[in-house]
Each structure stands twice: as structure tokens, then as C-alpha cells.
Design a protein around this ligand. Structure first.
Ligand code: 5AD
Ligand code: SF4
Length: 438
């Protein structure tokens, strides 16, 4: 009988990419996707471990699934991803409904694992970190409704920032071969994808050697040569590895979107040092200056944390000051949370929760003003939108401009997947309203 699977995906774009990998692996083996968990034969939860919040979300989802498992003991429930890697054993103990645990490096064995559980009904824990990530599964038709797709170019991270769990759960850096990346791009384009985002915890450290010597810039150049690719993006960059080669790409590669996500994390040099980030605020300023020199209207977005151990009001003021000086187009901001096993978790001088909440609110209020101001500067300008589909509120088309901002406008369905010239009429905090030029 045809078995159905449901995947609940939490966390970052890398997890979204991994969930697509899992789905395609199962579809290739005769399974079909199911939106409603209660109708599924297999439920997978793809988890994030980067902060305490996604961990709580994962646990409450599993709590809700317990009823389903009770009603249907044949149901297979698996936890995959970063939290599975970090706390696999503990999760197995805490949630008897879990049939298996699988870390991010083991996903290539998904079908075999699910099949074994159906056959043998044994619990499985697979959290090996030294395995090479599996090659992409290319399932025809899977991306038929999508304009934008991801390709992972690397796994893991070697940086060991003092707060970060990623190197512990995704292992050391592992790069994918340029040939595999280009093949995957060819496949996505054949499937109708027109925008590709290259993914990695630190894409700028990409290197490969075959007949040629590859770095991240040469990879971008090679990908930009595909005719039916409209736009190329990447995430995430580490400020300490941003090369002049990459700056040059923003000038020379038309398809490379004028946007960079460049997490700064904190504005105080003392905190940056405790975080082991490897740059100072002055160096960060210099980078943003170089980026804007290379590409005048490049959008710069970032990640920041408040309440890192030992962060004083003065340190926090330096973060606010950096926000004002750089004027990010948008910002992801988080309260620091301890991640077991990282050096920061063992630091003294923890910041109280109320203070973290209060700092986050002040920071977000300031950033909202900046975001709105930057969005309003676009009013009256003609910009190119890659149309992704119809907007949630109905009627209108929705897409993104190069800077990754969402634009909604009236148009017809034939425009989906195409580049359309639009004049920005009105700007809001999270989106822009445009008018297509006929
Ligand atoms: N606590 C809070 N936020 C964190 N991030 C990473 N680790 C932690 C942590 N321990 C944030 C960083 C990173 C983003 C993905 O999550 O800002 O860039
Ligand atoms: Fe993504 Fe990091 Fe969360 Fe893993 S821990 S899902 S890599 S953000």
C-alpha cells in the first residue's frame, strides 16, 4: 500500500532544504506527501537547536503527536535535524513515541531507516557526524509550483563562535563538489526554478580543487552562466571571510542579487571578542562601506543577539549605535540563550530574562523605524520583481526585488516566474505595494 508521510520543518533555510531532500527521497521510494499529520503513516519533525525556543516548539509538537501514536501504533515518528543531533538520546527517553532519531549528516539513510522500522519495529538512533552528506535526490515535478529554490554548497562550520551549537550538530565544514552543485542547478532550472539561493553556514569559505581551483566567487560565476536562471542569491556570509573576489562579483555578475546577509551579532568589541567572532565593529563598518562602494544600493541585512553573558547597558548601546550607523534593510534579532556544551553556556554574569526582553524591544523598535525609512526611500522607484505567485490576501501577484523585499502588485498569472518592471507606490514595514509597467 502507498504510504504517506508528513514533515514538520522548523529552523533555517538549511532545514527547509533538508526537508525537501527527505521528501524527495521518500517520494522516489513510492511514498506520498500528506499535509495532515493524522492521515500520515510516517511523521517527521525536522528540528532546530540554535536557541531554546525552537527546542520548546519541537517538544510541544511531539507532545501533540502522542495521541496519534496511541490511536495508531503502526505510525512511525522520527525526529531529524539539529536538535535530534544535539539531544537524541535524551529525546528518545523523554518521548516514547519516537521511533527514530537522525542527525543532519545521516539523512541519506532516511528510506532505509523508515523501512527497517516498519519491518523490525526497533528504535534507531543515527547521529554519526563523520559521514559525508548524501548527494541530492532529483525528483521530477517536486518543485513545479516554485520559482525560487535552494542548493546547499556546504555543510557544517569550523568557526566555533562561543554561543553557537551549529559546529556541534552539523559537524565540521564539508564542501560539495562544483559538478554536483552545477548538476543540481541544471535540474532545478529544468523544473522551472528561476532563482537559486546557495546555502551554507559560511558560504565564503567555499573551496574545491579539481582540474580548476574553485572558490565561492568562481562558483557564483559558473552558476550565473545558466541562461534560464534569472537570479542568484546566497546565505550566510561571515564578516571575517568576505573576500574582495566576492565584492567584485557584485559588480560583475548581473544576476547576483544586490543583497547580502551579514550577521554582526553585537556592536561592542568586548562582546564580539567573548563571542569569538574574529572581527571588530570598526572592521564591520569598513566591510559595509566596501559593499556599498561596490554596489551602491545593495541591501544589507543581519542577525544580532541581545543579552550575551556579561553584556552591559553600555555594550548594548554600542549595538544600537551600530544599527543607526549601518542602517540595515532588515534585521533578525534574538535573545541569547544557553546552548549546552558551548563555551558561552559556561560563562558567568548571565543577563536576566527581563533585561533581555527589554533590550530586544528597544532594539526592534529602533530597527522598525530604520526598516520603514529604507522602504519609503524606494517609493517612486522602478525596480525589477521576480514574480513568485499570488499573494496571500488574494488577487494580487507577489514577488521580490533584488534586495529580497516583498512587492505585491496587480498583474496576471502569466507573469509568475518572470522578471517584471514595477514602480513602488507605497511602502510598509514588511512589504511594498507596486504597479507593473505595461
Ligand atoms: N542564542 C541566541 N541566538 C543565537 N543565534 C545563534 N546561537 C544563538 C544562541 N545561543 C542566532 C545568531 C545566528 C542566528 C542564526 O541565530 O544571531 O546568526
Ligand atoms: Fe539551521 Fe542552525 Fe537551527 Fe540547525 S541549529 S536548523 S543549522 S539555524
Amino acid at each position: 500500500m502507498n504510504k504517506r508521510f508528513h514533515i514538520n520543518t522548523m529552523g533555517c533555510q538549511m532545514n527547509a532544504y533538508d526537508s525537501d531532500f527527505l521528501a524527495q527521497s521518500l517520494i522516489k521510494n513510492g511514498f506520498s506527501p500528506e499535509k495532515e499529520p493524522s492521515r500520515a503513516d510516517v511523521i517527521l519533525i525536522n528540528t532546530c537547536a540554535v536557541r531554546a525556543k525552537p527546542e520548546q516548539k519541537a517538544c510541544s509538537f511531539l507532545g501533540r503527536m502522542a495521541d496519534l501514536k496511541e490511536k495508531n501504533p503502526e505510525l512511525v515518528v522520527g525526529m531529524v535535524g539539529c536538535l535530534a543531533q544535539m539531544k537524541g538520546k535524551e529525546m528518545m527517553k523523554r518521548f516514547p513515541l519516537l521511533d527514530f532519531i537522525m542527525g543532519p549528516r545521516e539523512l541519506g539513510r532516511i528510506f532505509e531507516t523508515v523501512q527497517r522500522i516498519f519491518d523490525e519495529r526497533q528504535r534507531i538512533l543515527a547521529t554519526e557526524l563523520s559521514v559525508e552528506p548524501a548527494p541530492a535526490v532529483k525528483c521530477a515535478g517536486y518543485f513545479q509550483d516554485q520559482t525560487s529554490g535552494f542548493i546547499s554548497i556546504m555543510e557544517g562550520c569550523n568557526n566555533f563562535c562561543s554561543y553557537c551549537i551549529v559546529p556541534h550538530v552539523r559537524g565540521r565544514e564539508y564542501f560539495r563538489a562544483p559538478k554536483d552543485i552545477l548538476d543540481e542547478a541544471r535540474h532545478l532550472l529544468k523544473e522551472g526554478i528561476r532563482e537559486i539561493t546557495l546555502l551554507g553556514q559560511n558560504v565564503n569559505s567555499y573551496v574545491w580543487k579539481d582540474q580548476n581551483k574553485w572558490n565561492f566567487a568562481s562558483l557564483l560565476n559558473a552558476l550565473s552562466a545558466f541562461d534560464n536562471l534569472h537570479r542568484l542569491r546566497f546565505t550566510t556570509s561571515h564578516p571575517k571571510d568576505l573576500s574582495d573576489d566576492l565584492l567584485e562579483c557584485f559588480v560583475s555578475i548581473d544576476k547576483l542579487a544586490a543583497h547580502i546577509h551579514l550577521p554582526f551579532q553585537a556592536g561592542s568589541n568586548r562582546i564580539l571578542k567573548l563571542m569569538r567572532r574574529g572581527y571588530t565593529r570598526e572592521e564591520y563598518f569598513e566591510l559595509t562601506r566596501k559593499l556599498r562602494n561596490a554596489k551602491e544600493d545593495i541591501a544589507i541585512t543581519s542577525d544580532v543577539m541581545v543579552g550575551f553573558p556579561g553584556e552591559t547597558e553600555e555594550d548594548f548601546q554600542l549595538t544600537l549605535d551600530l544599527l543607526q550607523a549601518v542602517e540595515f534593510d532588515s534585521l533578525f534579532s534574538f535573545k541569547y540563550s544557553d546552548r549546552e556544551g558551548t563555551p558561552a553556556a559556561g560563562m558567568s554574569d548571565k543577563v536576566r530574562e527581563e533585561i533581555k526582553i527589554e533590550r530586544l524591544q528597544r532594539l526592534q523598535k529602533l530597527q522598525n523605524r530604520i526598516t520603514l525609512k529604507k522602504n519609503r526611500e524606494l517609493e517612486g522607484r522602478q525596480l525589477t520583481v521576480l514574480v513568485e505567485g499570488t499573494s496571500k490576501k488574494g488577487g494580487q501577484l507577489t514577488g521580490r526585488i533584488a534586495s529580497n523585499k516583498v512587492v505585491n502588485f496587480d498583474g496576471d498569472a502569466q507573469m509568475v516566474g518572470k522578471l517584471v518592471e514595477v514602480v513602488i507606490k507605497e511602502s510598509y514595514l514588511n512589504s511594498l505595494k507596486g504597479e507593473a509597467i505595461r
